[in-house]
Design a binder for this molecule. Structure first.
Ligand SMILES: O=c1ccn([C@@H]2O[C@H](COP(=O)(O)O)[C@@H](O)[C@H]2O)c(=O)[nH]1
Length: 248
């Protein structure tokens, strides 16, 4: 089943607007002029440059916005950040599951207590898609596989009342089966066949990710660096339809 948070255009693709400033992001979004507005993700680079007022303007202009700030601090501070951000009207907001249960519960309670627009659904980042087993074990000193760690963090997020997780396509199906079918699975690390991975370690094609159980796909450079971003976006949407066909 495709989750109800997906974009109005019946497309589960979220475009990661990893640009330096609105001077780059605005002309990029204008390429969709006359078409259904895409679901967009604003991450730390653009948020730090553009600020909350610009994000609110996007929401007011009709964009569904995923604010990917990956909050990670003591519970009191994260709760305060969530309170500051809920008024923006964004649909999704991230925090790191590794901040622990008390931090995630504090974030959820802060979102629920908001009196403004509908609060964002919270997503817990499990292990970044740029992490592989070697990095986890040798650099971070965490034993076991990335998959085990992702499942453990997804369970913790679920127990903390968090709506969904950010994970790779490789883990989306396991989370649905082993944690909860209700957990929203949002998957970056999307690459088209044969495309450069760049810094991503756990990658999947759009079709394979949806087939594996991903609800929403985050796609940045494959679209933003494409010679024809709108055509690439539409080709990815087509691939997803195929992936859904295989899943049903
Ligand atoms: O584990 C994670 C969490 C977030 N991201 C974000 O998704 C996009 C991916 O961009 P690409 O250019 O398609 O690689 C980017 O904004 C990351 O901050 C992630 O990649 N992995």
């Amino acid at each position: 089943m495709i989750c109800p948070i997906e974009s109005k255009a019946d497309s589960p693709v979220i475009i990661a607007l990893d640009f330096a400033s609105p001077l780059e992001a605005d002309p990029f979004l204008a390429l969709w002029g006359g078409r259904e507005k895409p679901f967009i993700k604003v991450g730390v680079q653009l948020f730090y440059a553009a600020g909350p007022v610009w994000v609110k303007e996007l929401v007011e202009a009709g964009y569904s916005v995923f604010l990917d700030l990956k909050l990670h601090d003591i519970p009191h501070t994260v709760a305060g950040a969530v309170r500051s951000l809920t008024g923006l009207g964004v649909r999704l907001l991230t925090l790191h599951a590794s901040g622990g249960r008390t931090m995630m519960e504090a974030a959820r309670e802060a979102a629920e207590a908001s009196s403004g627009p509908e609060p964002p659904r919270l997503l817990a980042v499990t292990q970044l898609t740029s992490t592989d087993d070697r990095m986890l074990n040798e650099e971070l000193g965490i034993s076991g596989s990335v998959r085990d760690s992702v499942l453990r963090l997804a369970r913790l997020a679920h127990r903390s009342g968090i709506d969904g997780v950010v994970c790779s396509g490789e883990e989306a199906g396991w989370i649905k089966e082993q944690v909860s079918g209700e957990m929203l699975t949002v998957t970056p690390g999307i690459r088209l066949d044969g495309q450069e991975r760049g810094d991503q370690k756990r990658v999947m094609t759009p079709e394979a990710a949806v087939h594996a159980g991903a609800d929403l796909l985050v796609v940045g450079r494959p679209i933003t660096r494409s010679a024809d971003p709108v055509a690439t976006y539409e080709a990815i949407v087509e691939q997803i339809k195929k992936g859904r066909g295989h899943r049903e």
